[in-house]
Write a protein that binds this ligand. Structure first.
Ligand SMILES: [Zn+2]
Length: 283
């Protein structure tokens, strides 16, 4: 059975987030949505152009650039939106605060309401819709307060496709503000084991790739933690000077870069850390 993956990548203001349409002969599944209304409308227009029913949507993790667009995607209809229990619960916990925090800045581009996941899918559980089987894997805290990923297979076999959310970024800086980089590293290890043999991994930001995406993210996070440890200078928190450096080294590259995330990320992180070392040795 043929399965076609269509990728919609949001604009830069919408954080270049990927949302995916999985088209089978009988219908379409969505994996993740967009942050902003206009991006989700463009995503929905691509769905409508396929002329097939939306059989369900799947949300990988509890960040608004992935769940915000569910309301626009549903468009007033009842759509089954699947998420693991912890992802669904965390979205309920954070969505109102995110709306209050960001809608003054984004205005009408930030959806006024949240369409919450309404179909629980437990860790290890699978649903088959239109001949496409989606299996959920709960990860817990990592890039967000609640991460998960999905493996997708069809009846004709072949290696599964992995929809990994933001467990690994490709070619861009990672969001680390939720503060779970230790758990995130453990998640990468679990994912690497679970996704050996996967045909392709589809990340929340950047281009699809192989399990090397996970290795590159591990390298990035180790460099990030080393840089933060260095800036903390033995302390348990960062002072204002150190925080200013973190903001500097975390500033997104903004554009897709030809180099892999791990390499460019590592280089930039080390540059900032090295600069501090130089300053220290001068002083
Ligand atoms: Zn994201």
């Amino acid at each position: 059975m043929s399965l076609t993956v269509h990728t919609h990548t949001a604009g830069e203001t919408g954080l270049l987030v990927n949302s995916y349409l999985l088209e089978s002969p009988d219908g379409v599944l969505a994996v993740d949505t967009s942050l902003l209304v206009s991006d989700t409308r463009a995503f929905k227009a691509r769905l409508d152009a396929l002329g097939k029913p939306l059989l369900g949507a799947f949300i990988t993790h509890a960040h608004p650039d992935h769940f915000n667009g569910a309301v626009e995607l549903a468009g007033g209809d009842d759509v089954e939106v699947y998420a693991t229990p912890s992802v669904a619960q965390t979205i309920r916990e954070i969505a109102d605060d995110k709306l209050a925090q960001w809608s003054p800045m984004f205005g009408d581009e930030w959806p006024a309401t949240t369409y919450y996941p309404n179909s629980a899918i437990a860790d290890g559980e699978a649903v088959t819709l239109g001949g496409v089987t989606v299996r959920a894997h709960e990860l817990g805290p990592g890039e967000s307060h609640a991460d998960a990923h999905f493996t997708v297979t069809t009846s004709d076999g072949g290696g599964p496709l992995g929809f990994i959310g933001d467990v690994a970024f490709d070619g861009t800086h990672a969001y680390t503000a939720d503060g779970h980089t230790g758990a995130w590293l453990a998640n990468l290890e679990r994912l690497t084991a679970q996704l050996q043999g996967a045909a392709l991994l589809y990340p929340g930001h950047g281009q699809p790739g192989q399990v090397e995406l996970l290795a590159a993210q591990r390298t990035y996070l180790l460099a990030y933690r080393e840089a933060v440890r260095d800036l903390a200078d033995g302390g348990s928190t960062l002072n204002d000077d150190a925080l200013a450096e973190v903001v500097l080294i975390e500033r997104p590259v903004g554009r897709r870069r030809p180099a892999r995330a791990g390499r460019s990320g590592r280089h930039r992180l080390r540059t900032a850390a090295d600069r501090r070392r130089r300053i220290r040795s001068r002083g």
